[in-house]
Ligand binder design. Structure first.
Ligand SMILES: NC(=O)c1ccc[n+]([C@@H]2O[C@H](COP(=O)([O-])OP(=O)(O)OC[C@H]3O[C@@H](n4cnc5c(N)ncnc54)[C@H](O)[C@@H]3O)[C@@H](O)[C@H]2O)c1
Length: 386
């Protein structure tokens, strides 16, 4: 998926950026009473209402925030399309400023912006926002997911994401070694936070040899309790292994690290693992199988999408298991068309979107009410400092 050019970021007008990203709509709100400065990008509603998390973090400029939200919203369109969700791509950013804010009032203010979009955008937790924030947003709009379980939410998506990565790894093993079993396979998990630790536990339970790395020694120690070997996070990518699983930050696969990889496949949870579009080809040139990140890490959004039907854990996890078949289809399509798996994933997602467009506007059944206990006008919840 081609990203927005960084060169364009500095020079293009906001409207040019929106056009370049192919976004359907961008909504902005600024509220001096609550400190809200937010941008919502709806990239596509071709498959259904857009759903994506709300990021809360500082940005150097509004341009940078806009570029980020447009890029992330576009990524969600592709992720939902390949995950089989009847949802479109959307995302929100809340620009964190230096001033102290009342977090409850800020989130309620953001919730009202979401509400005004009438269900075309459903928000969720992301970097810098929490389930408690979603619970506040839920008091002013039904168009929120990832609320607490007591309100019908599906809880922390990380276990679902880890479960999906495990399914993806079976597809990788089948494609690479004609055997889906992970028994005896050596997997290096770089980043053992919420997803990486759960993944390491699944791998250990499946008889894999697990090596872990984390910049937080306590996280690495927690994984070591599973019987995993611990390595220096700076060198994790260079450890000889069967599968390297990036589960920390993005852009770890780049022109510096790819020549040092000593694995046969890359399959991990981290978003945006390829630093540039060329890195997919770099991996292929080295004979390393790359499992596209947004296919691999879709377990979380598949899980959260289930909330829209009234959350059912077993149904959600059964759908997450389909990641294995989806990834196998991506590998097969890549072989057949002599393209990288990253390109194949993009083309397959685009095919689903094009087919939906050919069928015409989707049946309008009204926006889903994702918060069963929604009560407009109730208390915006506890106030916390940003
Ligand atoms: N949580 C989800 O459901 C979910 C869903 C989709 C994608 N992802 C992506 O998966 C990745 C992990 O998510 P998470 O929720 O587990 O985050 P997390 O913050 O719980 O864990 C990340 C871990 O990586 C470690 N880390 C940071 N820099 C590192 C480095 N250079 N080397 C090694 N370790 C490093 C951190 O100390 C932390 O323990 C992120 O890229 C996230 O965007 C997560």
């Amino acid at each position: 998926m081609a990203g927005l050019s960084l060169a364009a970021m500095g020079v293009a007008s906001m409207l040019d950026l929106i056009a370049a990203a192919g976004a359907e709509q961008v909504a902005m709100a600024s509220d001096d009473r609550t400190g809200l400065r937010a941008i919502v990008a709806i990239h596509s509603t071709t498959l259904g209402p857009s759903l994506g998390g709300a990021r809360f973090r500082p940005y150097r400029s509004e341009h940078e925030a806009l570029v980020d939200v447009l890029r992330l919203a576009r990524g969600m369109t592709y992720k939902h399309a390949l995950a089989g969700n009847d949802l479109g791509g959307g995302k929100a950013v809340l620009i964190e400023g230096p001033a102290e804010v009342d977090r409850g009032r800020l989130m309620a203010s953001f919730g009202r912006l979401v509400d005004r979009l009438g269900g075309r955008y459903l928000t969720a937790e992301d970097v810098g926002t929490t389930r408690a924030d979603m619970d506040v947003i839920r008091t002013v709009t039904p168009h929120v997911t990832g609320v607490s379980e007591k309100f019908g939410g599906s809880g922390d998506p990380s276990p679902a994401t880890a479960w999906g990565v495990l399914q993806a790894m079976h597809a990788v093993a089948e494609r690479q070694w004609d055997d889906p079993s992970l028994q005896g396979r050596h997997v290096v998990v770089a980043g053992v936070g919420k997803v990486g630790l759960a993944l390491a536990a699944h791998l250990a339970a499946h008889g894999a040899r697990v090596t872990v790395a984390d910049v937080r020694p306590e996280a690495a120690h927690a994984a070591a309790a599973l019987g995993a070997e611990v390595v220096d996070p700076q060198r994790a990518h260079a450890v000889p292994c069967d599968v390297f699983a990036p589960c920390a930050l993005g852009a770890t696969l780049n022109d510096q690290t790819i020549p040092q990889l000593a694995c046969q496949a890359v399959c991990g949870a981290a978003n945006n693992q390829l630093s540039t579009a060329d890195d997919g080809a770099r991996l292929a040139a080295r004979g390393i199988l790359y499992a596209p990140d947004y296919v691999v890490n879709a377990g979380g959004v598949i899980n959260i999408a289930d909330e829209l039907k009234g959350y059912d854990h077993d149904r959600a996890y059964a759908r997450i298991e389909s990641i294995r078949a989806t990834l196998s289809r991506v590998f097969a399509w890549a072989d057949e068309h002599a393209v990288t798996p990253a390109e194949a994933a993009d083309r397959l997602a685009e095919q689903r979107l094009a087919a939906a467009r050919r069928l015409g506007p989707r049946a309008e059944s009204g926006p889903p009410n994702s918060s069963p206990g929604f009560s407009p006008g109730s208390s915006p919840g506890s106030s916390r400092r940003a």
